[in-house]
Design a protein around this ligand. Sequence first.
Ligand code: 6GU
Length: 232
Amino acid sequence: MKFWVLTLFPEMVENAVKTSITGRAMEKGIIEFEAVNIRDYTIERHGKVDDYPYGGGAGMLMQAQPIYDAYMSIVEKIGYEPRTVYLTPAAKVFTQKKAKEFALEENIVLLCGHYEGVDERVLEKIVTDYVSIGDYVLTGGELAAMVVIDAASRMVPGVLTNAASGQDESFSGNLLEYPQYTRPEEWMGEKVPAILLSGHHANVEKWRREKAIERTMERRPELLKVEDNEDN
Ligand code: 6GU
């Protein structure tokens, strides 16, 4: 799958994606990444991409034209209008379910806003999905785009080397992940729970499930309410 990022700071996103697991997936050709610099598409002098909001108010807005032309350069390359995500705090919060959904796309465009936002008219023309990564405000959409790319990439077959590791984890099955331990068996006087050393697979599984439930009740009790929770 290919991630296209519309941004004023292409190197910021590119440096993140080419690092670690997503970087290896790129080398293997399992995922592709291309940042499109919105500034390259301005028709105004001095690379201007923003202007004052009509009606007044604080800050500047990104103008429609450079964003639209940058987006159309992608459409022309791939031959169709792809799923296009605008990263904004004014949206539903990104979930594992969305990550899995995005991972099924052949191409996905992530539009990163800056300043106080983006002219609504271009959003209406190109955006298919509005996504926030949490209830706080970032200075721009790039960090959010990196989060979405990371979470979606690891759901693309072949990106994670261990086939099971995309499955048995926090937010699959609406439970947080159980506590885990590695060597040494005792550290600062603290022993690894004996059951994990028992070699009794069924008991280990039962213990992990109990711990996952316990932890979820303690840290994220709302996840146990099934009603608003087909989200994972
Ligand atoms: Cl997606 N963008 C920005 N600018 N701030 C955010 C966000 C996105 N999600 C949470 N805060």
